[in-house]
Design a protein around this ligand. Structure first.
Ligand SMILES: [Zn+2]
Length: 404
């Protein structure tokens, strides 16, 4: 076909069409943008300016205008939950679940969110049944982990153990606190009246079995606890030799925990009429690993067995090598409680011990505590599980003063 000059007329026409098409696209885009409610942009703006309260108000308005936007509902729900506005979070997620047109995947997502709301709101029954329903979904793992936390907080150890086993059947995930679950079972078996010896043995065997599956570094506390419970069981079974073996295994294998068993060690030796030998064991242990709790037991026992003078000699040298206000406080406390011991011996001539103690005690009260490494919760007694954050083995067996 030959080129006809009049065809050139199409060139500007094509240009014009292209220009029109481009304009149409831009218009379309502008129209779509305009169809997004203003509140959406206001919300974004508030978020960027770090004003979450006002952002939430704006987004709530968008959600009202466009109830189909599930993503926005999910985002709002988890924002509410993070901010502790549980009623609102629950309402958002429940309204999502009430929709008949919600696809299965989003329904599971909403169910998981709702269960987390209930958990955070402390409605454990509803949280539990919510997580149970997710067993065969893609939320099975996080649901199981939450269930473990719930059973733990309900002190339902058999179910907690079952849930850990199910979890470990699904993934290779170490759950070192399972040893403590068995220890809790053993402890309540030993505390029941009369003690349930058989149940305690069974639980402790399971604890040992679980211990062998975790690495030594992360199981130190659990190992100590198991040995301490074995010692207690041996005492109930009137087997002091075995009790001593377990107590001394703690001092050999985990010297930093000696303070927790020192009293029992002494009681064991005393019961065998070997009080002096027991004192000697503790003195050696103190030389190997000095700690305040051990210092207290030793000082008191020295005073009972040998009198004020040797006790003070020990205390002076101990405080010289490990200066401790708490140690001094305990020492003065013991001295003031037994003034008759000092009749023939004035430990600090001319000193007003009562005044000295009241001065020191004021300062030591806040140091005389164990503290959680994870949340900082402080307690006068030692805990295997922090009452503040529910984490396991976050307490070092040392007083605050010794940690500084
Ligand atoms: Zn804590």
């Amino acid at each position: 076909m030959d080129f006809e000059p009049w065809w050139l007329i199409f060139v500007p026409v094509l240009f014009a069409l292209g220009w029109l098409a481009a304009r149409f696209d831009i218009r379309q885009m502008l129209r779509e943008t305009r169809s997004l409610p203003d509140s959406y942009f206001r919300g974004l703006n508030f978020l960027l300016n770090e004003e979450p309260d006002r952002a939430i108000d704006a987004f709530v308005e968008v959600a009202k205008l466009d109830p189909e936007t599930t993503e926005l509902h999910f985002a709002l729900g988890s924002l509410f939950r993070r901010r502790g506005e549980m009623e609102r979070a629950i309402r958002v997620h429940q309204s999502l679940l009430n929709r008949s047109d919600l696809p299965a995947a989003e329904r599971e997502h909403a169910q998981h969110e709702l269960a987390q709301d209930f958990l955070k709101a402390g409605m454990l029954d509803r949280a539990e049944s919510g997580f149970e329903q997710l067993k065969d979904t893609r939320y099975a793992l996080p649901a199981l982990r939450s269930l473990i936390r719930i059973f733990e907080s309900e002190h339902d150890w058999p179910r907690a153990i079952e849930a850990v086993k199910t979890l470990q059947g699904l993934v290779d995930e170490p759950v070192p606190q399972i040893v403590h679950y068995y220890c809790e079972q053993a402890q309540s078996a030993l505390s029941s009246k009369p003690a349930d010896i058989e149940a305690a043995h069974k639980a402790l065997d399971a604890a040992d079995h679980a211990l062998s599956a975790i690495d030594a570094a992360s199981s130190r506390g659990a190992m100590v606890r198991t040995a301490m419970l074995r010692a207690r069981l041996a005492l109930i079974e009137q087997d002091p030799k075995r009790e001593r073996l377990y107590l001394e295994s703690v001092m050999t294998d985990a010297a930093e925990y000696s303070g927790l068993v020192a009293e029992q060690v002494l009681a064991n030796y005393r019961a065998a009429n070997q009080a002096e030998a027991g004192l000697e064991v503790l003195q050696k242990q103190y030389e190997r690993h000095a700690s305040l709790d051990l210092f207290n037991v030793l000082f008191r026992e020295l005073r009972v067995q040998q009198g004020a003078a040797p006790a003070w000699t020990f205390a002076r040298s101990a405080l010289r090598s490990h200066p401790s206000l708490l140690g001094l406080d305990r020492l003065l406390e013991a001295e003031l409680a037994n003034p008759e011991g000092g009749a023939d011996h004035v430990p600090v001539p001319g000193a007003d011990l009562t005044l000295l103690r009241s001065l020191i005690h004021k300062h030591t009260q806040r140091l005389d505590r164990y503290a959680c490494r994870s949340c900082g919760f402080q307690a006068r007694r030692f805990y295997w599980q922090c009452p503040g954050c529910n984490a396991w083995e976050t307490y070092a067996p040392r007083r605050l003063e010794e940690l500084e």
